[in-house]
Design a binder for this molecule. Sequence first.
Ligand SMILES: [Zn+2]
Length: 134
Amino acid sequence: MPRAATAKKVQVMPPPVERIASIRVDVDWANVPIAEGRLLYSQLKGEFEKAGKLMNIRENPQDDKYVCFMNGKQGCCKANVVHDGIPRFTDNSHTDKKTGLIQVVKICSELCYHRYNEYRIKERSDRMRPDLNG
Ligand SMILES: [Zn+2]
């Protein structure tokens, strides 16, 4: 009886990823009694919301000490003063011109907030000027 050549398949497996957690939901949603299903759904939703809240806090730690972004600029708070408490305003969308990375901006007061808005408007109009941007 002729033997067919058997080609061995080589499977390249990715290296095992070390995980410290996983998600396993063992519910037959199509058949679980409605009351029990609603309770399980409520627990799942609670866990989901808790995860989102904690991940947001971890990604954006609320340090109660900060230096105002506008410190030392004309008409703003003094240079390098460390403020306590929650900033008057926080901008999570500012791009640092030097690094090109998003930078969290913390502002200490109404006055600095107005100066910051003027700064953003100037920054935006400068971006439109070809003589400044080559
Ligand atoms: Zn300030």
